[in-house]
Every structure is written in C-alpha cells, then in structure tokens.
Design a binder for this molecule. Structure first.
Ligand code: IPE
Ligand code: IPE
Ligand code: MG
Length: 244
C-alpha cells in the first residue's frame, strides 16, 4: 500500500469489540477471545504507526465492563498485567509513548495500577507517536472529572472562569490529546458506548463487521482507503472538491 497517496488521520481511535463473539463462533471461551484480541492489538499497533498515524487511542475496558462476570473481569485484569507490559516494551523500541486514560482507583487492583504507572514511565521520553489505552474509562467519568479539576483550579486562583475555552477543556481530560480524526468500532455494533465523546465530535466513523481478533493490518488499510474517500467539511463546504 502506498500511504503517500492516502489521507492519513492524525488521531485514530479504535473501539476493540467482538472478542466474545469471535470466540463463541469457534466454540471457545470468551477469555480465549480476549487473549486473541489483545495479542492482535500488539501486531496491529506496529502497523498503525507505520502508516504515519501519530496518535492511536484504543478502548480496552470501560467503567461499565465491571458489570461482567467476576470470572471474565478477573481474567481480563490478569491479561492486562502482561499485555500492557508487552505493549510498553514494543512501543519503547519504536519511540512511541504509552499513556492510559481512565480511573486508577479501586476496583482496579494495586498491582495493575503500578504496572500502568511503570509503562507510562518507561516510555515517557518517546517522541514519535502516542498510544493511549482507555482502561477503566468512560467519557462521562472523564468529563465529570474535568469539571471538578477546573473548579478546583478556579478556587485555587490558578485560572478564572473567563479563561475556559474549548481548547482548554482538552487539557483537563485524562490525557491532553488532539481531536479524533477517524473512529473505528469493530464487530458491526453502531454505538459509541461512552467512548471519548468530547474528542470524537468531528471524527469520521467507520463500523467494519470484522471482530477485533481478525482486524489486522490489511483491515486497517481498507479502513484508511475509506477514510481517504471521505469529504471532511467541519460545517463548511470543500469548495476545491466541489469545483473540480
Ligand atoms: C471487547 O469485546 C473487549 C472488551 C470489552 C474488553 P467484547 O467482550 O465486548 O466482545 P463481544 O461484544 O461480547 O463479542
Ligand atoms: C465497549 O464495548 C467497551 C470496550 C470495547 C472496551 P462493549 O462491548 O462493552 O459495549 P456494549 O456493552 O456492547 O455497548
Ligand atoms: Mg462487546
């Protein structure tokens, strides 16, 4: 694929969905589906950054996912302990910074919180791109926390109400990242499930039917072709495109 002829989104976000159904269709356990999905992510990440994408956000576990069975949640937490370290090691070699968005409080266990902090520390000086893992993440939580932090800064005289503008809001989210250009949700579900609502306001949306464990580099390239064809207007009109 000749990426120089394609439009490459600066910030791509992926809602990793369909691990359970992928497993179910093969007579495997949901846990095996998660294992396969998070193995796939390790390879996919490398490919995504090779295309020229600068920021990749992935939705790995939502605040709502704690509603699942204890067995599934426990399995995922153990899996994240090894996988997050694997991602950090691989990303460090590629000079990509690994950051996490979400709450780092109980019910997440202390070992996993330490690993998250270590992974961020390991890659903090990397400068070629950013991978943002949304873990124990919800957009409502993120925005609510942002309100609280802003309020606190006003009370502490760090800023005044009039200083608040749309760009500054980004600064108060879990991570200060650019807006999402391209949002992919695998598995055919057509919803956002509380994912990056502030950052996704003008994202192009793409909903492939593929379950996440099968969403490989080739599938990502297909997504990029689709993105290249999109006419992004941001409320205006693309006069050049209309007149040619
Ligand atoms: C997404 O796969 C991964 C996580 C939520 C951790 P699902 O587990 O939601 O898979 P389906 O939707 O049941 O197929
Ligand atoms: C959203 O997927 C959360 C993640 C992918 C981590 P879900 O599978 O949990 O979403 P719903 O419940 O189908 O909306
Ligand atoms: Mg799902």
């Amino acid at each position: 694929m000749d990426y120089s002829k394609m439009k490459i989104p600066n910030h791509v976000a992926i809602i990793l969905d369909g691990n359970g159904r992928w497993a179910q269709e093969r007579g495997l356990t949901r846990s095996e589906g998660h294992q396969e999905g998070f193995n796939n992510l390790l390879n996919l990440v490398e490919h995504v950054f090779k295309t020229g994408v600068k920021v990749l956000s992935v939705y790995a576990f939502s605040t709502e996912n704690f509603k699942r069975s204890k067995e599934e949640v426990d399995f995922l937490m153990e899996l994240f302990k090894t996988k997050f370290r694997d991602y950090a090691e691989k990303l460090k070699d590629s000079n990509i910074k690994l950051v996490f968005s979400g709450s780092r409080k109980s019910p997440v266990d202390a070992d996993l919180i330490n690993i998250i902090n270590e992974c961020e520390d390991m890659t903090k000086d990397c400068t070629d791109g950013i991978m943002n893992v949304c873990f124990n993440y919800g957009a409502h939580l993120e925005i609510t926390e942002a309100f609280k932090k802003m309020h606190q800064d006003i009370i502490n005289n760090k800023m005044s109400v009039d200083d608040i503008d749309e760009d500054m809001v980004y600064h108060y989210l879990f991570q200060d990242l650019p807006p999402i250009d391209f949002l992919i949700r695998t598995s055919g579900e057509l919803r956002l499930s509380n994912f990056m609502l502030y950052q996704a306001s003008y994202a192009e949306l793409y909903f492939p039917k593929t379950y996440f464990p099968d969403f490989d580099g080739k599938e990502f390239d297909k997504a990029l072709l689709e993105y290249t064809r999109r006419d992004r207007r941001f409320g205006g009109i693309n006069y050049e495109a209309k007149n040619s």
